[in-house]
Design a protein around this ligand. Structure first.
Ligand code: ADP
Ligand code: ZN
Length: 681
């Protein structure tokens, strides 16, 4: 009899769907359809699952259990293109289908009564509408080009900072809403500020739903349903918003597509940008990837013709690009010895940057000083013996907070810094490196009465704090902004005309083949904060560095993205790195060093065996295993084993086979794979 059995994607770490029987009371139920949620027994408990396919009979040798109930009304049926996409995500990223499917549902049950209003007021504020500006010629051209190509199409919008990419998105969304369809806009979590949300709400009004990490589970659930039921038309959110099963999807936009935060590093290790392209294909709708500094992966797709390339080279209203000056800290030091006037300057501040800060302050405009996040992590060193306090659980040095509080940034470990070195008991430990706190106090000393806003992870740990800081800067209550580069991105302040990068070097000295690319992106993005609203005079950017000739800096100064891409690609090609080759990272993690290391070498042995068995696998390159740069985290030892291949499909098959039947992996060791890994630390 047909339809008696169903394959169900069950929310459990199982590589394949399970087969269940339809009990007689559910036989012929109209909602027995692919994409419906059900409750099923699993071992001694019950679990949720989604119906995948019905089967005439089952060849499962053991007794098949009955489906308990169909979740009618509490969970919507997943649209077919969406479910197909979830199946692709599961196959490509080698993650259990039942756990992938579970990502498509909100954290809580649907609110029974009318949607509850949150304590803080509505998630999307009601704002007065603003009239749309008339588009620049470049904006207009891009909008028309994208609208003229219905159906699936991947578009790269490469526009310099301040060229008005957001306005292009808004026009496309207005058009979409007029057609009665829905859209998803993904932005990096950190730029999901009210600044950005408000720009969309002012233009699209009630149609906007927002999902970000600052919402309560109830708020997230309500926003999710408003989108799924079609009440809202445009969902703005961080990467996970892609998993909202929108029925009527007609457009996806990924802003700042180069951002690393679109890649999730744990559990389901997916890249939201890449997955979004596949989702757009399933829905046969356009996808727009926007950036001033596209990832080399996307750039390759655009220049090879797989994606369509749209360029906006000018800022709106002919505002000039900022001028970028490079300060060579090596020669600056010698000059300082001579210049009497600069004797009082702190070690991190060159005479040139100081003069620029003073000028800007005197003209009542705002300056921002940015530090690299890793430069901010301020450790402590004993001048007598060189001892640096480290976290006993993680292989990283402890960071100094306030006067004497030492903290690990990966686990909960903390301790008090004593007056003498805990190792040699002689020296007096002193701070090493440069923190935002130090820059802040130096500025207050140099400019008495100046108002400084600090923006870093310590000062700003919640959304509200970020919003308060932004409001203060916007209202002109602030003279200097001191922050980390991560937070800098995406900010748009009218009075900000000077940006100083205190120390550019740290970004490109990381042990990762993408370090130069990230440094270039960071420098360009941060520089792009300067002078965004000044017509007459370009904003200024001063970059302090010990490596003035580094390509990341040189190409940033020349505003030459294409030049940087060409330079960096030749290096990637030689070394067979992405985007030419694909890369997957196996991570082997465990509490016992020996066991973990042994498992890692065993994985390599098994990989070599597989290669010996199958000719197609012989072109795959194996690297390692080796300890990760962060060799120990939260007491776990970490090893990495890299797999490189010119052929993504072949690499996927290889990785899947390598992980199949994990009986050989000791229970105390975890082995996972990260396809298209971004984070190699
Ligand atoms: P991008 O995202 O490319 O860096 P934005 O979208 O933030 O640029 O635009 C920069 C500024 O220009 C914003 O303040 C925006 O309101 C303004 N803007 C955008 N398009 C226009 C336009 N056509 N006319 C006037 N101002 C515009
Ligand atoms: Zn730690």
């Amino acid at each position: 009899m047909s339809g008696t059995f169903w394959k169900v994607a069950v929310d459990a770490p199982l590589p394949e769907p399970l087969t269940y029987r339809i009990p007689s009371q559910l036989e012929g139920h109209p909602l027995l359809k692919r994409g419906m949620s059900v409750r099923v027994p699993l071992g001694r408990r019950s679990a949720l699952g989604v119906l995948l396919s019905d089967e005439a009979e089952s060849d499962v040798p053991f007794q098949i259990k009955d489906i308990t109930e169909i979740l009618e009304g509490t969970r919507p049926r997943l649209p077919e293109p969406f479910l197909k996409w979830l199946e692709w995500v599961s196959r490509y990223y080698l993650h259990p289908i039942g756990q992938v499917v579970e990502c498509a549902f909100p954290p809580l049950k649907k609110a029974e009564s009318a949607r509850q209003k949150s304590r803080k007021g509505p998630v999307t504020p009601r704002l007065d509408a603003v009239a749309p500006p008339s588009l620049t010629a470049e904006q207009n051209q891009v909008v028309q080009a994208i609208l003229s190509q219905p159906g699936f199409g991947a578009h790269l919008l490469h526009g310099v900072t301040g060229s008005g990419k957001t306005e292009v998105y808004i026009r496309l969304l207005e058009n979409l809403i007029a057609e009665g369809r829905q859209g998803i806009v993904l932005v990096p979590e950190i730029s999901l500020t009210p600044q950005l949300t408000q720009r969309f709400v002012r233009r699209l009004g009630d149609a906007v739903a927002v999902i970000h990490s600052g919402l309560t589970p109830r708020e997230k659930t309500d926003q999710w349903w408003a989108m799924v039921e079609g009440e809202k038309k445009v969902l703005i959110g961080a990467r996970s918003a892609l998993f909202c099963p929108v029925e009527n999807l007609g457009l996806i936009i990924i802003d700042e597509e180069h951002e690393g935060s679109f890649k999730q590093d744990e559990k389901l290790k997916y890249h939201a940008r890449d997955a979004a392209v596949v989702l757009a294909k399933q829905y046969a709708c356009p996808i727009v990837l926007g950036s001033a500094t596209p990832s080399l992966e996307t750039w390759t797709n655009a220049t090879s013709g797989r994606y369509r390339l749209h360029e906006m080279k000018k800022r709106v209203e002919d505002r000039p690009m900022p001028t970028i000056e490079i300060i060579d800290l090596r020669t600056e030091r010698d000059e300082r010895k001579q210049a009497e006037a600069n004797h009082d300057l702190p070690f991190w501040l060159s005479g040139t940057l100081y003069s620029a800060l003073r000028e800007t302050h005197e003209s009542k405009k705002q300056s921002a000083l940015f530090l690299n996040r890793r430069g901010v992590a301020q450790s402590v060193v004993c001048p007598a013996c060189g001892f640096v306090p480290e976290c006993p659980n993680c292989e990283v040095s402890l960071t100094l907070h306030g006067k004497n509080h030492l903290l690990c940034h990966y686990c909960e470990f903390h301790q008090t810094l004593g007056p003498v070195c805990s190792d040699c008991r002689e020296g007096e430990p002193r701070p090493l490196g440069l923190g935002t706190e130090l820059v802040e106090s130096d500025l207050i000393r140099l400019f008495p009465g100046a108002r400084v806003a600090r923006m870093d992870r310590d000062e700003i740990s919640t959304r509200e704090e970020l919003e308060d800081a932004i409001a203060q800067i916007e209202s002109g209550e602030v003279d200097f902004i001191v922050g980390t580069q991560m937070i800098a991105k995406g900010l748009d302040f009218p009075n900000l005309i000077l940006v100083g990068l205190v120390m550019a070097d740290i970004a490109f000295n990381l042990p990762d083949f993408r370090a130069s690319e990230r440094a270039f992106q960071l420098l360009t993005q941060v520089a792009g904060r300067s002078g965004r609203h000044v017509e007459d005079k370009p904003g200024r950017v001063l970059i302090q560095t010990y490596n003035p000739d580094h390509p990341s800096i040189q190409f940033t100064q020349a505003h030459d993205y294409a030049g940087f891409a060409r330079f960096e690609m030749s290096f990637r090609e030689q070394l067979q790195y992405p985007p030419f080759w694909r890369l997957a990272a196996f991570r082997i993690v465990g509490l016992d060093f020996e066991k973990t290391q042994r498992t890692a070498s065993l994985l390599r042995t098994r990989a070599e065996l597989l290669q010996a068995q199958q000719i197609a696998y012989q072109k795959i390159e194996l690297l390692g295993p080796a300890p990760c740069p962060l060799g120990k985290l939260r007491n776990n030892f970490r090893f990495q084993f890299l797999v490189k291949s010119a052929d993504a499909a072949n690499m996927g098959r290889f990785c899947k086979q390598l992980l199949a039947d994990g009986d050989w992996i000791p229970s105390a060791v975890k082995v996972s794979v990260d396809i298209d890994a971004m984070n190699l630390l």
